[in-house]
Ligand binder design. Sequence first.
Ligand code: 5GP
Length: 201
Amino acid sequence: MRKGLLFIISGPAGSGKGTVVNALLKAHPELKLSISATTRSPRPGEINGVHYYYISKDEFKSRIENGKMLEYTVYSDNYYGTPEKEVVEAMENGNDVILEIEVDGAMQIKEKISGSVAIMLTPPDKDVLEARLRGRGTETEDVIKWRLERAKEEIQLLPKYDYSVVNEDGKIEECAEAVYSIIKAEHQKTIYTRSIIEKFI
Ligand code: 5GP
């Protein structure tokens, strides 16, 4: 069976990656979303094992030491990371896997997993970015300012990604389909389609 591919969907806070990923999975349920582990507390409505695996800092550190994390980072004083086992198993079962992670983790995966594809989602411009960060209404002013600065730094890393997609206001489905077209195109790369030749020999 052909192995699945690994797609990193990344982008700064305010890029709307969570919403785009939800729309992508709704339209293409065959894609598997990797559930990250985090040491931050659940927000209202978030469910353990659905949105994240919520674990303690000690548990997170022990998973790092035992090599169970494919990548991890510290973001806003909390650890976030991708559990390796689930991702590897899903890919071996032929599923394409989506990682929705921040840029530091994205770069770690690009280095570690050959053939992984990094897609950066961006807001259209800095005014929209700020409006989105403020509009969420769940963070303090200090956190908003910090996220805004970090977002501007993160966008500078765009050239290190394989693809970028702009997420315009009110065009979530279009943005998700633009991402899906990248997924489809990656499967047509000739490194994965060489076996076609055999049919002609
Ligand atoms: P939030 O606290 O808003 O859910 O997530 C904060 C940031 O951490 C977001 O940019 C999110 O994409 C990122 N993130 C979530 N899971 C992971 C992960 O497993 N690894 C990394 N590197 N970042 C993650």
